[in-house]
Design a protein around this ligand. Sequence first.
Ligand code: PGA
Length: 251
Amino acid sequence: MARKPLIAANWKMYKTPAQAQEFVTAFLPLVANHDRDEIILFPSTTSLSVVVAAASGSNVAVGGQNMYFTDEGAFTGETSPVMLKAVGVTHVLVGHSERRHYFCESDEIVDKKLHAAFRHGLKPIVCIGETLEQHEKGQTHDVCLRQIRDGLKDVTAEMAKTLVVAYEPLWAIGTGQSATPEAASEVHAIIRDDIARMIDEETAINTRILYGGSVKPDNIDALMVKPDIDGVLVGGASLDPQSFARIVKYC
Ligand code: PGA
């Protein structure tokens, strides 16, 4: 089974529902009939319903940027997997570095959220990656392996059919300084080897591994050439429909 490339937009805490609607209206015609790649938008929670409705029937899927791991309860401010499903969302980001860094999400919480996503049939994109300090100390591989091992505990081959991993080095996020395609690809190969050891070879071959961190229209082509880079998770450059459409249409 060939890995279909996946191009995802992480809008973070940007765009009101009206601005999100405006984006989708402008973006859909730019990617009409584009089926080489899977396209997913991750708007903020308040824009999910609007984006689901605006993208309905199109080639663009919608995901939540975060969720809690229980179905309901006294967890002020949180959104449950059941709620995401109810608004028509199909995907969810789990363990984005901003969640880990600013909101103290541990690998253990990431693992719980991942299993909650599987239980509810939400397709997860699990984010991993090292800090600048870890990068400079040469700990990239160790950090990614730990995050994979602790964040993907008890994931079976069956569950992993919908799993996507995103390698996002923290020093590259929002800095304009992307990892080189060679460096990203090398880390992806190591992640894939580890998935083979943790689950099995077939799962490793079929699991898509995305790169994220300062992906732009001017570096996407070089990244997507690499066989181990199966797509990208884009922050800043996904906020503008023209810019994100150019990324989707990499060559
Ligand atoms: P960036 O963000 O493209 O703005 O670097 C990527 C991400 O955080 O997913």
